[in-house]
Design a binder for this molecule. Sequence first.
Ligand code: NCD
Length: 360
Amino acid sequence: MAFKDYSLLDPRIPLWEGWPHVLQTQQFSRPTLDILFAYTDRLLEARARGEDDPLRALGAGKFLVTLFYQPSSRTVCSFLRAARELGMDVLDVRDPARLSSEVKGESFEDAIRTYAGGVEHGFRLADILVVRHPSADAVFQAARASPVPVINAGNGPDQHPTQSLVDLYAIRKELGRLDHLHLVVVGDLKNGRTARSLAYLLGKNYQGIRFTFVSHAELRMREDVRAFLDRHGVPYRECHAYGDGAESVLRSADGVYLLRTQTEWGPERLRALAPELRHLRFTQERRRELPPGAKVFHPLPINCADPDLSEVDSELAAAARTLTAGQRDDQLAWFRQMDYGIPVRIALLAAHLRDFWNRS
Ligand code: NCD
């Protein structure tokens, strides 16, 4: 099927609630996810055949601005690369709280009006704005102040919707399905925005999903996600250890989703928990408890710098990064998961480019 025939390019199809902004994963419905993922499949197939991307010109003359108030490696770079793949120009604004006029007291709203502005005289700066901010409210404020689409690239400890699109696509590729899954989610579930977004997205849209949340009691999944899962009839169990005195929860897992302890949200307290967190570290022994075919996911980064808090054994971290042909670790999926970041974000940006600007 040629790209131009593909339904993603049909502007009559409504794509998600709250269009054109992407602020939280509850906005996505299953038909939209199917479209985005089928489109990502097409991109990967075309690339595997060595074909040029027929949508290379879709973003010509358009500008993507990334506005990141918190550190980032994968998210920002994959957005920038995805935009370039579509022929967009890019502007990477990093650390604006330190390097922009906000140092001079400018409000966040005025900053957004600046980056998303230029509309008065036809010379727009951003056509799409990607925002990461330590405050949970900031992306909502940005969406209210912005005349162009705002994409949430992480709003405090709340959500990270585009990471969840990447995670879901990776789970689908690695496990071959998104329905009927038992996912064991381990780590700082209170502050881990990727796990929170993923729970909303899977819980809302797929059948037969079952979660086991493994965390320290102080870092359990927050009430909003638990209430949402209850409302959608999604069963979950909370444990403070892999075994909790009984058989390891890993024995029935289809996937494990690991998370870093998010020390940026209360470093002293979280550091003090280190001795109690050690038994949650994912090790060689743990992986042996998994059934055949189960995969281990991680949004990355893995904390390798802090041996007391590291959530993954260093041996496993090294095994996962092996690139040598024939030595690929099939069970540790996190770098393959990461590598879907660019094509999934191309699909998302293409959705914006094909619809919003055709209408406005
Ligand atoms: C995550 C984030 O920033 O929330 N990283 C990412 O974007 N892949 C996860 C994390 O920092 O732990």
